[in-house]
Design a protein around this ligand. Structure first.
Ligand code: SAH
Length: 474
């Protein structure tokens, strides 16, 4: 390691910044935003720095030659777009033993700038020894994605209670376990969710901090997590974090292998869902196993395709968790209908054409009582039909009986957001035929005028598909 990451106290004195142009202004913004006091030598004479009033108040415009200016009390020297002056400044700084950075010039720099993740009290610095700032930035983006937004608040929260806990727990290792349990348990989760007041009250309610720290079981919890329709990049950042933190994951069959790959390697995975022809372990058994896991101190994730609260039985699971008094959280996912809309460029609403959306399940469509089709005849309403493949003839019959036109545009969209996604577009009249063209589910139906706006179906245009269909019908 040539460069050791350290954190510089910006209160200790001013930073001298020398340079010109956009390079100078970019560094100026970084340093000013960090709270540095600055003495700026703008070689090009341009003093338009574009800073807000607060930052500008800490910036002094220096006059005179930087090579002879008095440097006593200065904590560091930074050159950006300074040309030869940078090199000369570097020699001067080194002679005085002052830290110096000359932008893009390792040879003349005694320190370099890392890529920074700034979350208040939590700051992460990423360096590549000056070899590749682009790589450092990519690493920073990955860390940004994994660090909870309120991690700085968590550090600050602990800071406020640290003294009183130090006084109540004498032994250092026990103190550390205390904080680990707080961070990993519901109190930490509450701070990260922005419920600081609740977290503070829970912490203060711990009557015996040493006993709390000694408890052998961590506090378990269950997260109901929406996995989205298949593309792992459509997981939310929160969902990804939950997958990385989980001790055990109960997942549906619908969840794609690419998403299961994002689960931490040593996490137990249990497939609990139904598959066509196979029953799965049943809802009661799923509830029971989740609750047992949490009560045994595990971090349980219940991973479901799409969104947990859209035809996903998430509601029943939450009721069971509430009844058992287990800590739980709900992380939404992108539901299949939204995935289909994006994949096939079907806007679900459209100014005057479609002003309402109904999400419905056709699971029980063959049971004439189960769906009130007369509710669904508004031509300005887009229908998004889940579990509609085998029920397609019943969906068509129901909508016809209610008076929807046979010419109503319809799309059948299968395995959306996955590499092998497939779509077929036509009219309500053709619906069963469209479904026959699909090679395997899961698939979703979108019914309504908006389907006319669909984009390409991977090489096939909607027009081509409709003409194919006409040919087939003849
Ligand atoms: N909770 C899920 C829905 C579960 S019901 C969600 O919010 O998406 C199962 C139905 O969802 C399937 O019958 C199908 O209609 C739809 N579905 C799920 N994943 C899909 C996908 N990748 N492509 C198309 N439809 C999908």
């Amino acid at each position: 390691m040539r460069f050791l990451p350290v954190f510089l106290d910006l209160k200790a004195g001013p930073v001298v910044l020398i340079g010109a142009g956009e390079l100078l202004r970019a560094k100026l913004r970084v340093l000013a935003a960090a709270g540095a006091r600055l003495r700026v030598h703008a070689i090009d004479g341009n003093h338009e720095f574009g800073l807000g009033a607060q930052d500008a108040a800490r910036v002094d415009i220096a006059v005179g030659d930087p090579l002879t200016t008095d440097l006593s009390g200065v904590i560091a020297i930074v050159c950006a777009g300074a040309g030869d002056v940078g090199v000369a400044m570097s020699m001067r700084a080194k002679a005085l033993g002052l830290p110096v950075n000359v932008m893009d010039d390792l040879e003349h720099s005694s320190f370099i700038f890392p890529a920074i993740v700034d979350r208040g009290d939590v700051v992460v610095a990423v360096g590549t020894g000056g070899t590749s700032p682009v790589v450092a930035r990519r690493v920073r983006e990955k860390i940004e994605a994994l660090l909870p937004a309120r991690i700085g608040e968590l550090a600050e929260f602990i800071g406020t209670f640290r003294k009183s806990i130090n006084e109540r727990i004498a032994e250092f290792p026990l103190r550390r376990r205390f904080w680990e349990r707080v961070i990993d348990g519901p109190i930490g989760a509450a701070v990260l969710a922005g419920r600081r007041g609740e977290a503070g009250a829970s912490l203060e309610a711990i009557a015996d901090p040493s006993a709390f720290a000694r408890a052998d079981k961590p506090e378990g919890s269950v997260a109901l997590v929406g996995a989205g329709p298949g593309d792992p990049d459509l997981l939310t950042i929160k969902a990804l974090r939950a997958l990385q933190d989980a001790d055990i994951v109960f997942h549906d069959e619908l969840v794609s292998p690419e998403i299961l790959d994002r689960i931490r390697r040593d996490t137990t995975r249990v497939a609990v869902g139904r598959r066509v022809g196979k029953p799965g372990i049943g809802q009661d058994a799923i509830n029971k196993r989740m609750i047992e896991g949490a009560q045994a101190g595990q971090r349980v994730v219940r991973l479901k395709g799409g969104d947990p609260f859209v035809f996903g039985r998430g509601g029943e699971e939450v009721e069971a968790l509430r009844a058992a008094g287990v800590a739980y959280s709900i992380i939404p996912g992108i539901t299949a209908g939204l995935g289909a809309a994006a994949d096939f460029e079907v806007p679900l609403t459209y100014r005057h054409e479609a002003t309402r959306i109904t999400f419905l399940t056709a699971h029980k469509a063959r049971d004439a009582e189960a769906v009130d089709w007369s509710m669904l005849t508004d031509t300005k309403m887009t229908l998004v039909v889940y579990m509609g493949m085998t029920a397609a003839p019943a969906v068509r019959a129901g909508l016809f009986a209610a008076g929807r036109s046979p010419e109503t545009p319809v799309g059948v969209f299968a395995r959306v957001t996955r590499p092998d996604t497939q779509g077929a577009i036509g009219t309500l009249r053709d619906l069963p035929e469209l479904v026959r063209r699909i090679h395997g589910g899961p698939a979703i139906l979108i019914i309504g005028d908006v389907v006319r706006h669909a984009g390409s179906l991977r090489r096939q245009t909607p027009k081509q598909i409709i003409s194919d269909l006409m040919d087939a019908a003849e």
